[in-house]
Write a protein that binds this ligand. Structure first.
Ligand code: ADP
Ligand code: MG
Length: 273
C-alpha cells in the first residue's frame, strides 16, 4: 500500500457544484476516507442541511447533536462540534443537522456573515497544530446552491474541487459556478483557486461519457484528474450502511478509483501543478 505525501500546510478543499446529484457528497466522503486511510489527518465539514456526508461517515446528526449550525450561528467552537468517525482513526467530521436549513436566512443578519466558517476553522486548526495534531486536509461538502453556506465554504477554502457528472449537460451549468467563484476571488478570497476537477459516474460503455470527459479535459487540461470515477453500485450502496466505499468494499472498482484520485490530489501542489 502506498503512503501519500503529507502536505507542508493544511490544504482546505471545498467540494462544489450547484447541480445536485453530481457526486459532491460521494466525492467528499470517499476522498476524505482514502486520505485518512493512509494515516493523514482529515477533517470533513458537512455544510449541507441534508447531512448526507454525516450519514455516509456513520456520524449522528439528529437535531440535538452539536453541529456546524451551532458553529456558524451561535459561535460554538468547532472543537465542540467535531465527532470521531468510527471507521477511520484519523478522520473527524463536523456534522450537519436539519437546523442548518434555516441558517441560510439566519446568517443574513449576522456580523461577518461570509467569514464565519473561516474564523471558526482557523481557530480550530491553530489549536490542533499547537497540540501537535496538525490537520492535513479539510474537506467541505457543500449544498447544491450558491447561497451563504456555499459562500462561507469558498471563503474558508484555498482550493475548489468540482465533481462533474459525465452526462449531456455537464458543462452547461458550470458557467454560473465559475462566475461565482470569480466574484468570491475578487471580493472575499483572492487565494481561492479551482485546483481539481473530478469526472464522476463515468460509464466506459457509452460514447457520451467519453465525449463529455474529452470536452471537460479540453476546457480544463490542468485541473482534471487522470482518474475518472466509474458508475458503480457499490459506491451508491455504501452510505446506507453508514460507510464509505473505502471501508464497505475496499477492493471494488469504486474504492480503487477514489483511492487513485486521492493519491493524485495528494501528489499535486496547491495550485494543481
Ligand atoms: P450530490 O452531493 O452532488 O448531490 P451525491 O454524491 O449525493 O451527489 O450522489 C447522488 C447520487 O448518486 C447518490 O445516490 C449516490 O449514491 C449516487 N452516486 C454518486 N456517485 C456514484 C457512482 N460513481 N456510481 C454510482 N452511483 C453514484
Ligand atoms: Mg450532497
Amino acid at each position: 500500500q502506498t503512503t501519500f505525501p503529507r502536505p507542508d500546510d493544511t490544504r482546505v478543499f471545498t467540494i462544489a457544484n450547484q447541480k445536485g446529484g453530481v457526486g459532491k457528497t460521494t466525492t467528499a466522503v470517499n476522498i476524505a476516507a482514502a486520505l485518512a486511510n493512509q494515516g493523514l489527518n482529515v477533517l470533513l465539514i458537512d455544510i449541507d442541511p441534508q447531512g448526507n456526508a454525516s450519514t455516509a461517515l456513520g456520524i449522528d446528526h439528529y437535531s440535538e447533536v452539536t453541529s456546524i449550525y451551532d458553529v456558524l450561528i451561535d459561535d460554538v467552537s468547532m472543537r465542540e462540534a467535531v465527532a470521531q468517525c468510527p471507521d477511520f482513526d484519523t478522520l473527524k467530521c463536523v456534522p450537519a443537522t436539519i437546523d442548518l436549513a434555516g441558517a441560510e436566512i439566519e446568517l443574513v443578519s449576522l456580523v461577518a456573515r461570509e467569514q464565519r466558517l473561516q474564523r471558526a476553522l482557523g481557530i480550530y486548526l491553530k489549536e490542533e497544530e499547537a497540540s501537535g495534531e496538525r490537520v492535513d486536509y479539510v474537506i467541505i461538502d457543500c449544498p447544491p446552491s450558491l447561497g451563504l453556506l456555499t459562500v462561507n465554504a469558498f471563503v474558508a477554502a484555498r482550493e475548489v474541487l468540482i465533481p462533474i457528472q459525465c452526462e449531456y449537460y455537464a458543462l452547461e451549468g458550470l458557467s454560473q459556478l465559475l462566475k461565482n467563484i470569480q466574484l468570491i476571488q475578487k471580493h472575499l478570497n483572492p487565494e481561492l483557486s479551482i485546483s481539481t476537477i473530478l469526472l464522476t459516474m463515468y460509464d466506459g460503455r457509452t460514447n457520451l461519457s467519453a465525449q463529455v470527459a474529452d470536452d471537460v479535459r479540453t476546457h480544463f487540461p490542468e485541473q482534471v484528474l487522470g482518474t475518472a470515477i466509474p458508475r458503480s453500485v457499490r459506491i451508491s450502496e455504501a452510505p446506507s450502511y453508514g460507510q464509505t466505499v473505502i471501508s464497505y468494499d475496499p477492493h471494488s472498482s469504486g474504492a480503487l478509483s477514489y483511492r487513485e484520485a486521492a493519491e493524485e490530489i495528494a501528489n499535486r501542489g496547491v495550485s494543481g501543478g
